[in-house]
Design a protein around this ligand. Structure first.
Ligand SMILES: Cc1ncc(COP(=O)(O)O)c(C=O)c1O
Length: 416
């Protein structure tokens, strides 16, 4: 039974979280300038200064997403808010939807698509692998889905699905391609226009190194036309003479893309109250990433994950998953039989202040996931992680050659 705290008069100490190095699959440490941005003064959401910031956010995220899409904006909420906004607006109940499922977040896309009333067909592959483009093309040809939904990098398996050929196959058979790029945006290329992705969503808390709570999304005119055919502006804010579109009304008000388009577009039609501080953070994260340069950012992630993997391998640990399709920002590593997986993670956290990730489902207790994302993705942190993991593993009876991991990390960086 829940404890009754209604008569408590405790006020608690001010927040004082211990410093942590967050090297799990996200959330990760936030750019200090993004934290500062969040403490800048509040503005009214229709203040011209604020709407100018909204427009700047659109300009910044078009660059992050490598797209010309006008509709590039933020949905308030964590990454799944963006997923739900796209899927609930794009899927009319009864629509055939093909989901490519190669990990936990493929299951999430399946579940959300089903909740939207889609007739879902899933294509499955073993965890630790991704799909061959031909298999996806055959499935699209066979099932003729209206929408194909896939994750780009599934953090649960640490695999990245190549998307260019899937984009082409979707165009060939006139399907719309939705992509969840939560775990890759800012860490690996997400070439929205080049790969012909129709709608793509993400979160801030991984390679964008922001706090969870804002979901940058982008979608093209194919998607805009579809969702506009379902546009029903809520009563109370409808302009005079307004006539609703003929399509079925979108189930969710909060995640209704046509209403978000009216709010982010020149009409500035009222919808939700903007999460002002999160918008400031999202703007700052994109600004920092673009200041480094997208290609430099991607190269830094690739180099860091390569160095981390070299260090893990030199300690005699086995890496998880199909080598050709590993994400550049999170690494799965098999937990050695000799050790207690949770005890090692706890000792990493308590002894060194470093968080590494556990895993889901069948991989729980089998692999750890170590993230090299955004602000965290630097040589100093890779060295800290490998040296402390070696120390903790050795304390727990695992035999690793002292210093081998660290030497391999140095070697990987020196080789570049
Ligand atoms: C690939 C992927 N998709 C979706 C999500 C869900 O994001 P959120 O927890 O921010 O809603 C995550 C979170 O880890 C993720 O890694």
């Amino acid at each position: 039974m829940a404890q009754d705290t209604s008569s408590s008069t405790e006020t608690f100490a001010p927040l004082d979280p211990a410093p942590r190095l967050l090297m799990g699959p996200g959330p990760v440490n936030v750019y200090p300038s993004a934290l500062q941005a969040m403490s800048t003064p509040m503005l009214g959401q229709f203040d011209p200064q604020f709407t100018a910031y909204m427009n700047e956010v659109m300009v910044l995220y078009r660059q992050i997403y490598q797209t010309q899409n006008q509709w590039t904006l933020l949905v308030n909420g964590t990454a799944r808010a963006g997923i739900e906004a796209c899927l609930t607006s794009m899927i009319t109940p009864g629509d055939p939807v093909l989901v490519l499922n190669f990990g936990r977040f493929g299951h999430l896309l399946t579940e959300i698509s089903e909740r939207c009333g889609g007739k879902v067909i899933t294509l499955e592959t073993d965890w630790g692998t991704v799909f061959e483009a031909d298999a996806v093309r055959d499935a699209i040809k066979q099932h003729r889905p209206r929408i194909v939904a896939t994750v780009h990098g599934d953090t649960s398996t640490t695999m990245a699905q190549p998307l260019a050929e899937i984009g082409a196959a979707c165009r060939e058979f006139d399907a719309l391609l939705y992509v969840d790029a939560t775990a890759t945006l800012g860490g690996m290329s997400v070439d929205v226009d080049g790969w012909q992705l129709d709608a793509v969503t993400s979160g801030l808390q991984k390679c964008m190194s922001g706090p969870p709570g804002s979901s940058p999304i982008t979608f093209n005119d194919r998607v805009a036309d579809l969702v506009t055919s379902r546009k029903h502006i809520e009563e109370g804010i409808r302009p005079t003479g307004y006539v609703a579109a003929p399509g079925q009304r979108i189930q969710s008000n909060y995640f209704d893309l046509p209403m978000l388009m009216d709010y982010w577009g020149p009409d500035r039609l009222n919808h939700h109250t903007e999460s002002t501080s999160m918008l400031y953070a999202a703007r700052e994260c994109a600004r920092v990433v673009l200041s480094e340069g997208l290609q430099n950012t991607f190269a830094r992630h690739k180099q860091a994950s390569g160095a981390l993997r070299a260090g893990l391998s030199a300690m005699g640990l086995a890496l998880y998953g199909d080598e050709a399709n590993r994400m550049d920002n999170v690494t799965g590593v098999y937990i050695p039989d000799a050790v207690d997986a949770d005890k090692v993670r706890t000792e990493m956290l308590e002894g060194f202040g470093i968080e590494i990730g556990t895993s889901f489902g069948a991989l729980h207790g089998v692999i750890w996931r170590i993230g090299t994302m955004g602000y965290v993705c630097h040589k100093t942190n890779i060295l800290r992680c490998i040296s402390s993991l070696e120390a903790v593993l050795r304390r727990n009876g695992y035999e690793a050659t002292p210093g081998a991991g660290v030497d391999a990390v140095y070697g990987a960086y020196d080789a570049k």
